[in-house]
Structures are given as structure tokens and as C-alpha cells.
Design a protein around this ligand. Sequence first.
Ligand code: F6R
Ligand code: MG
Length: 377
Amino acid sequence: ERITLSVIKADIGGFVGHSSVHPRLLETAERYLAESKLLIDYRVAHVGDDIDLIMTHKYGVDCPEIHHLAWNVFLQCTEVARELKLYGAGQDLLSDAFSGNVKGMGPGVAEMEFEERKSEPIIVFAADKTEPGAWNLPLYKMFADPFNTIGLVIDPKMHQGFRFEVYDLIKNERVEFSLPEELYDLLVFIGAPGRYCIKSVYSKTTGEIAAVSSTQRLNLMAGRYVGKDDPVCIVRCQSGLPAVGEALEPFANPHLVAGWMRGSHIGPLMPVGLDQSAPTRFDGPPRVVAMGFQLSGGRLVGPQDFFGDVAFDKARQTANEIASYLRSLGPFEPHRLPLEDMEYTTMPEVMAKLKNRFVKVDHRDDREPAAEELGAK
Ligand code: F6R
Ligand code: MG
């Protein structure tokens, strides 16, 4: 039986500021999805100020009707957000008219179609105050690092490795790597998560899809990057794929991601339970939740709130310590992002104001360095 799992998310307005979602928005989304005849099952969840629509159906990925349904849910929620004057009401609906697919219109999308296995455990990860590249390190660990995933070493159905599909978000190109042979080549790219993002992962044993993220082209409007695209990611687990615990393990050591305050800082990605997902400190630190489901004929049995577990207390403590340390750097890099990656900047105005005060410096030795000095043969 082929099932499609679609996770479509958007920030429709924050309660309060950019921290959380008002319950009435969640109720509105619930009510609207309940009326739809298209879905087998659905859940409405949120992480921070982002609403996640988790939907199962039979219509495949990029289905216009499913995308339209999600778009309409977000429009309905926007009305409520406007009525309550929530902060940034409708902010992720970048266009006024729906054109058949929500990609590139503001919302984030992660979808996969597959034959439902005898038992189908899946995890929906959702993060706030960061960007799709935040999944690069954990996906690499889950599907390519034997120190994280012992299954790569001892499970005959995993031992061949996985195929990784990577998007270049600037040139809008895609490229595939076959792991473990091309491990070093892959790392050259995904170590730069602001540009190269893992879109999907496939099992080389079965050819089946194993993971997909909401990576899509950057929301460039008028040449400016708008929004950090708080991302979602779906991972199928067990039986030739990472065990649930292998998929969760990368988050036990909080890695640094771009986002946080004003989308212009780096901070630790803190794993949290669903009831702890509203960022507070300096609008953060960035957070991730993990919702586990068993699928049964497309029905979503769950969620199981994985990061609510005490086993992730230590990760939260580490994240809080990293957060304190980084905060002590204030407006200095590397806590603050490099100039070209910030969502906000006053640089042009400040530069214009000080234009006439910049004076050419006369270096003694102003010539271009010769090729030999740069180490060329
Ligand atoms: C980060 C985020 C917040 C806002 C900040 C300022 O992704 O959403 O940190 O950037 O609260 O918001 P404005 O500029 O709307 O006052
Ligand atoms: Mg958000």
C-alpha cells in the first residue's frame, strides 16, 4: 500500500512576539483539516512560532490539492492571527495567490511516498529559529557515521550504505553522493550548511527513501534573503534503516546552527519536549522537537514526544552552557553571523553616513602577491 506523508509548515504569527503559536490557530488548523476528505490522517503540531501540518494521503508528493489544502489552512489561521493581532500575522505567506505548490511561497515542505512496511516507525523532526542546513550534521551522523549508527557496521541491510541528495541553495542545483565511498566529497559540501543542504537520503540496499528535509530554494525577495525557513525533516526508522535511537542520538550533542535572535546569530540546537518548544532566551536558543509515529494503513499512531525524555536533560544543560558562553560575545562574530548571512543589517546606512570619513591607507608594499608566494606551483 503506497502512502504519502506530507509535512507542511508555516509561521502564521507569533504568540507572544516570535515565541509560540496561539492555541486558537492550532484549533483552526485542526478543524479545517478534519473537514478535508483528502487525508487518511493528520496531526497539527507546533515548534516555537511554526505550525506543522503532518498529513497522510494517497496522492503522492507535490500534489496540488494537498498543497492547496495546507495553503487554505494557513489562510484561515492568518484570519485568526489578524483578529488577535498576533505578531507577524501571515508572515510566511509570501504571495497573495496560490499557484499549485506551496514551495517557494513561504511555507516549508518535506514529503515522501513509500510502500508502508509491515511496521513503519517514523520520526518527524521540527526546528525553530534556524534553517534547513541544521539537518546536515544529524543526517550525516544517522546515515553515514558508524560512531553514531552501529547499524552501518553490524546490520547486513545497512552495510552497503546510503545515497545522499544535496541541494545547492544558491545555484538551485542538485547532486548525489554514494556513501561510504564518497564520504569525503560529501563533507566538502555539507560542512557549509548555509548553502549546501541534504534534501533526501536513500537506502542502497532497497533503493527506498529513508529521509527527506524541507530544504528548498532560498526565499530571496528583491535580492534579499527573507526568513531562516525554520525547517522540518522526516526520517523512517528500523529494519535496514537507523533504529529510532540512532536517529535521535545526534541531538544528544547540541551542534551550532545559524538563526536564533533576528536570524543573525549562531547558537546550539537544543532538543526539547513538545511542551518546551517556545524559545525565550534571546528568542532562543534554537530548538528541535522529535515526534515519533507508527503508521498503520496511513493512520498516524502517535506522537511519541522523544526529546521530552530525561535522557536529553544533559543535552539541554550543555546547550544552555553553550548559549551562555556565546551570549557573552554579544555582537561579535562568530556569535553574530558574518555580514553576508545576517537577516538584518544597518551596514548600508552606517556606511553611507560615514562615507566621507574613510581615508585611503598608504601601504608601503601595495603590490599584488606573486603566484609563488600564494603557494602555487
Ligand atoms: C528569529 C526571530 C526573532 C526576530 C526578533 C525581532 O528568527 O524570529 O528573533 O527576528 O524577535 O523581530 P522584529 O524585527 O519583528 O521585531
Ligand atoms: Mg519560527
